[in-house]
Design a protein around this ligand. Structure first.
Ligand code: SAM
Ligand code: SF4
Length: 442
């Protein structure tokens, strides 16, 4: 515990892209209050741990992170716990770990005040979910690199029985049209060439445009498509139930919308999908993908999977392997089921033994990895545009992304943020190598 007003800070984000975005916004907020970013947590006066609560041991991880912040002389920086663990644990964290500030995901615009309270020795906890959005109270965007995140939707009303998000992030809320377009323009002015629209259910976004007409995510994407300076648009994560005809059509018609769709299915078994309260079944999921692929034949499909949901039998799991084989994913994320306190599934009988979950996860990942490797291998020989995002490890090397979200390493003199034409020359499981075709940046 410290009572000194901090001058330097570090924000450490865990978990999903929405947390990365929140972390950027907290850093901007602290800088606008005159604090300077420090490169090393132990050297910083204030460390913000922006936490994730989606799977097990999240809370334990936070406690061990806090322990690691101890300096050789026994002191430690001021510690703020933000994000979903802060929301879920509240006062408990302050009590158990003696952290200075606890701030939930909907309250982090109050971080400077909470830090000032903690510095003055006052209780500093805010896990409110105010009706007014925090976004209006945040400073303008600054440079975030060639590819930037933009949260357009938060929260979730779907209540899948395994998931904490509806409890930690609150109800589904869409940010207003004008606020999003203004933020997009600010990010583009600050150097972004690609925007990834974020939301726990991003395709549930709705709002009225500047003429008062109702719009869905596809309308927003079309408005962004018209912004000069922007080259690429992505969005994640989508729910199958909100995959509208308009959004599918956008994949055929909007030039800047990239051919990539992250559409989690979680399981291939209809019995398990029902128990998960997913409100789609395997057939309706496959039917959506058929329409998406008809609109954009080269689209890369990605998904999320959970193995070992309570009651999952060998037959259920085989159905998951079957749907994976049918879809043929370009990329995927798969997890062992993790009981989350307070969720209905945590109290279900027939919890699956850990070793069964492990074995199923390994089999599933072997199949998904093979599909990803095959997708990358099939790209070799393709000529495509790469958006350069960062320096590579070797001198002269840079790393960028294909339209299908594959990482590509290449030798180039072009700058970060440039779009270069390459031929993809070799593929590994996680990235490809490219050779530049046109030396001048496009
Ligand atoms: N809203 C998105 C959707 O429904 O697809 C995903 C949001 S969640 C942050 C990301 C992924 O975490 C989920 O798709 C699911 O696969 C996984 N997940 C959520 N709760 C989980 C749990 N209790 N155990 C294991 N994985 C979980
Ligand atoms: Fe969680 Fe389901 Fe909402 Fe996704 S749709 S955030 S998995 S409750």
């Amino acid at each position: 515990m410290t009572n000194r007003t901090p001058k330097t800070f570090q924000v450490k984000s865990f978990g999903c892209q929405m947390n990365v975005y929140d972390g950027e916004r907290m850093a901007e907020l602290l800088e606008s209050e005159g604090l300077a970013a420090a490169s090393d947590g132990n050297a910083a006066d204030l460390v913000v741990l922006n936490t994730c609560h989606i799977r097990e041991k999240a809370t334990e991880k936070v406690y061990s992170e806090i322990g690691r912040l101890k300096r050789p002389d026994g002191s430690r920086p001021m510690v703020a716990v933000a994000g979903c663990v802060a929301q879920a644990e509240g006062d408990e964290i302050a009590r158990r770990a003696g952290v200075d500030v606890v701030v939930g995901p909907q309250a982090y615009h109050n971080l400077p005040q909470l830090v000032a309270d903690a510095a003055a020795g006052r209780r500093a906890l805010d896990t409110d979910m105010p009706a007014a959005s925090k976004f209006g109270a945040l400073p303008a965007r600054r440079r975030q690199g060639a590819s930037a995140f933009l949260t357009v939707q938060e929260g979730c009303d779907k209540f899948c029985t395994y998931c904490v998000v509806p409890y930690t992030r609150g109800a589904e809320v869409s940010r207003p049209w004008t606020a999003i377009l203004d933020e997009a323009k600010a990010l583009i002015d600050a150097g972004a060439r690609e925007l990834t629209l974020l939301g726990q259910n991003v395709n549930a976004w709705t709002g009225a445009d500047e003429k008062g007409r109702d719009q869905g995510l596809d309308g927003l994407i079309r408005a962004l498509d018209a912004l000069p300076g922007l080259a690429r648009i992505r969005y994640t994560t989508s729910h199958p139930n909100d995959m509208t005809d308009g959004l599918i059509r956008a994949h055929a018609e909007v030039g800047k919308l990239m051919p990539y769709l992250h559409l989690p299915v979680q399981s291939g078994s209809d019995r398990i999908l029902k128990a998960m309260n997913r409100s789609h079944d395997s057939a309706s999921y496959l039917a959506i993908l058929e329409r998406v692929r008809a609109a954009r034949p080269d689209i890369a499909i990605s998904g999320d999977f959970i193995t070992g949901f309570p009651g999952e039998t060998d037959e259920d799991f085989e159905a998951t392997l079957r749907i994976v084989t049918q879809v043929n994913y370009a990329q995927a994320f798969s997890f062992k089921y993790s009981p989350r306190p307070g969720t209905p599934a945590a109290d279900m009988e027939a919890q699956v033994p850990a070793e069964v979950m492990d074995e199923r996860l390994q089999r599933l990942q072997a199949l998904l990895n093979a599909q990803q490797q095959a997708f990358n291998q099939a790209s070799v020989g393709r000529r495509t545009a790469i958006l350069l995002e960062r320096e590579g490890r070797k001198p002269g090397q840079k790393v960028g992304k294909t339209p299908w979200l594959q990482s590509v390493h290449l030798e180039t003199n072009a700058a970060i943020g440039d779009m270069v034409e390459v031929e993809l020359i070799s593929a590994g499981p996680n990235s490809l190598a490219g050779a530049q075709l046109v030396k001048e940046a496009a």
